[in-house]
Write a protein that binds this ligand. Sequence first.
Ligand code: GH3
Ligand code: MG
Length: 308
Amino acid sequence: MRILIAEDDLTSRAMLGGLLKKWGYEVIAVSNGQQAWDELVKPDAPGIAIIDWEMPELTGIEVIERFRKREASNYAYMILLTARDDKGNIIEGISKGADDYVIKPFDPEELSVRIRAGQRIVDLEAQLLETNRQLEEIARTDPLTGLANRRALIQELQSRFQREMDYSMPTAFIMADIDYFKQINDNYGHDAGDEVLKCVAERLKEAFRFGDIVSRFGGDEFLVILPEANPKLVSTISERARRMIEEKVFEISDGVSLPITCSFGVSFSNLKDKTSVDKYIKQADQALYESKRGGRNKVTIFAVNCTE
Ligand code: GH3
Ligand code: MG
C-alpha cells in the first residue's frame, strides 16, 4: 500500500516517513499542498493520504475539499494531521472531506490502527470498482459467443460518431445473417444451433481485423463495424468473410457436420451525416434483405434502390 505524506515541516515529515516505512508502507512525501494535489490526481495516486492542515500554497483542508469535489471517481482515504485540537476544527475537517483526524503530537500505535482502518476502506473500494468493471463487461457481452452485444455496439458507435466528426473515410456497417438457421434448430436441436452461432462468430472474428468491431446483434444476426473504411476494400473483405463461412464445414456434434452460409448487407456512413447510427444499420439491414431475396449466401452493398 502506498501512502502520501504532505507535511511542510522537514523533521515531522522525515519522522512520519520513517515510521510508515518501518510498518511496511511505500511512502511518497511532499512538502506543500500543491505537490500533494499533483500526487493525488495522478492515475496511480496513492490510496491513503496523511495531510497536514497548515501548508504553503494550498492548505491541507483546501486539498481535501478540492479532491472531494472532483469529477473523477478514484477514492483516497484522507487523514488530516494537525495540532488543531478543538472540536470545531475536527468538525470542519471531517465535514470538508477528511475521513479521519489525528492530533499532533500523535501516538504511533493510534496512527497505525487508523491507517489500517483506512486500508480496509481502500481495499473495499478497489473490490467494488473491480466488481463494477466485471458487471459492466457482462452487460456488454453476448454470453454465447463472447462478442459485444447490441447495446455495447450502439453505445460504442454513438460515442465514436460524436468524437470523430471529421474523419475522411466513412464507417462501414456489415450485417450478416445465417441462412436457414431456423432449420438447424428444428432439425438438430437448439444446442446444435448454439454451436453454429459460436462457429460463425469465430469465423467473423477471423475475417475482420483488429480494430473492427464484431457484435452479435441479436438471434442469428451479426453486425460488424469497420471504422475508416475504404468501400472497395470492404466489399472484398465482406466477400472473403462470406466465402470463409461457406467453405468451413461446421461440426455440430460427433460425426455430424453441416454446410453453413450467411447473407451479408453493407452500408456506409455519409461523411457529412454522422448523426444517425440507426439509419446506417437499417440500410445494412435492407441490403441484407436484398441478399436474402436474391437467393442468400451473397453480399449486397446498400444502394438507394434497396427495398425499403
Ligand atoms: P433466413 O435465411 O431468412 O435468415 O431464415 P432463418 O431460418 O435464419 O430465419 P430467422 O433468421 O428468422 O431465424 C432465426 C432463428 O434463430 C429463430 C430463433 O429461434 C433462432 N435463435 C435466436 N437466438 C438463438 C440462440 O441463441 N440459439 C439458437 N440455437 N437459436 C436462436
Ligand atoms: Mg437467418
